[in-house]
Design a protein around this ligand. Sequence first.
Ligand code: GLN
Length: 279
Amino acid sequence: MSQTIQAVLDSVRTKLRAADIESFSIDAQLIVSEALGVDKIKLVTHNTDEISDDKLNIIKEYTARRLKREPMQYILGRCEFMGLDFKVDRNTLIPRADTENLVEEAINIIKEKGYRNVLDIGTGSGAIAVSIGKYTAAEVTAVDISKAALSIAEENARQNNVYVNFIESDLFANVKGSFDMIVSNPPYIERAVIDTLDSQVKDHEPLSALDGGEDGLDFYRRITADLHRFLKKKGCIIFEIGYNQGYALYDMLVKNNFRNISVKKDLAGMDRVVTGYIS
Ligand code: GLN
């Protein structure tokens, strides 16, 4: 028996709500509008239209995935970051709003210092590299250890009309040359904390993009150890960091002879971005 848009929307909403999915209302709209291939507004203006069986099956599939707490961004296969559209899948972390703090700070520094080239380590979906390429004149190189992530990142550069030089590399292993700025949002969650993360994160997003080792700082240590070889004179390192990692990163950069180190907080008042310069 066929059903109207309104009836299906109500039923998806009810199921998501019963499963304690907080964003049940917007998610139901996204699921139905995505399956029908129409704008959300059409769900209201055409609410008495009937939905065909094949579309109903797609809605069922998306709803079942959401009930397993798969993030909406993976179900839709895309998300927005820095005003740009990015493709995402299970091989890439979903770009976080928090990371816009990092990108905005990086863009300001690049413009202020007239930096010409930037290296992004652990690019994932390419959100950081593509945004920097889009909003500055700097030449951007980006590396990731995951081939699958790099192929998504390449698509994201293409669909945003940005050129990024992508290299498959475990941190600096295959990187040549030197850079005015090195930017990274590496995995930084303490291993013991991973189990306590929301199931939307821990059961669906790539652990390799989250697990920062026992104290969460493994990647900062590995990257920092090589920075002097890959940064140009007066170059800048800019990291995204966890909410409680400001002091540790400040200390690590001091010990590695960086200057003008600063830790910036996000809108929630948490440590979020650290920058430092070499002379
Ligand atoms: N901010 C992410 C989270 O809380 C972690 C990102 C990272 O480890 N780089 O899920």
